[in-house]
Design a protein around this ligand. Structure first.
Ligand SMILES: C[S@@+](CC[C@H](N)C(=O)[O-])C[C@H]1O[C@@H](n2cnc3c(N)ncnc32)[C@H](O)[C@@H]1O
Length: 186
């Protein structure tokens, strides 16, 4: 309840960054993560964790030798999540998503198995939207995954122009109901 209230507060402070009035449900988290092979994945990135609904599920599932890089731009979300997560496999960074490569070791800069994004792409300016998804694309290994949720189908064409395949599913078990875009790189 406290985290829901704080989420709304952050939305009113930074509408164009937060892009939602409440945290996602665990159900949406399960749907977002369904296409990731956690037994095999060793390099994961999460963009826009907010209060960490998806981060918690990723941490439960990720391999003991896997690494998770998390980028959050909102200061309050960043501070709370960074304080709460105490796992040597996870690095929480306070920065914007287009700067992913700054925080990846050189040898894994193009080897990420999956990028899990909750970024409100359609409230971003067109140049920021392009820069963020280009940065994600660049760090994903061949045939790796990019998973994104949105509240509309507006991102479909945009993502289809970048990724080899884009599969869209929908759930009403979230507020608002959400579309999950599961994309794969060539
Ligand atoms: C729609 S909320 C999703 C939060 C959470 N993952 C969830 O599903 O409940 C979008 C999140 O992206 C973060 N965000 C927005 N722009 C960002 C950027 N350029 N870089 C990193 N995080 C960003 C917001 O602060 C917020 O936490």
């Amino acid at each position: 309840m406290v985290s829901k209230r704080n989420f709304l507060k952050q939305f009113f402070k930074e509408r164009k960054v937060v892009g939602a009035v409440s945290p996602s449900t665990k159900f949406l988290g399960e749907k977002m993560l369904a296409s990731i092979d956690f037994d095999k994945a060793r390099h994961l990135v999460e963009l826009g964790p907010g209060t960490g609904v998806f981060t918690d599920i990723i941490i439960q599932r990720m391999h003991k030798d896997a690494k998770l890089l998390v980028l959050e731009l909102n200061n309050d979300f960043y501070e709370k999540l960074n304080k709460r997560i105490d796992d040597p496999r996870v690095q929480v960074i306070h920065d914007s998503a287009e700067n992913i490569s700054k925080y990846l070791e050189e040898e894994v800069q193009t080897k990420q198995d999956a990028v899990i994004s909750s970024l409100p792409l359609m409230v971003f300016s067109a140049p920021l939207r392009q820069a963020v998804v280009d940065a994600a694309y660049a760090c994903i290994r061949p045939h790796g995954n990019y998973v994104q949720f949105q509240y509309s189908l507006q991102s479909k064409k945009f993502l289809e122009n970048i990724f080899k395949t884009v599969k869209v599913t929908f759930t009403v078990k979230n507020f608002p109901p959400a579309f999950v875009y599961s994309c794969q790189k060539k």
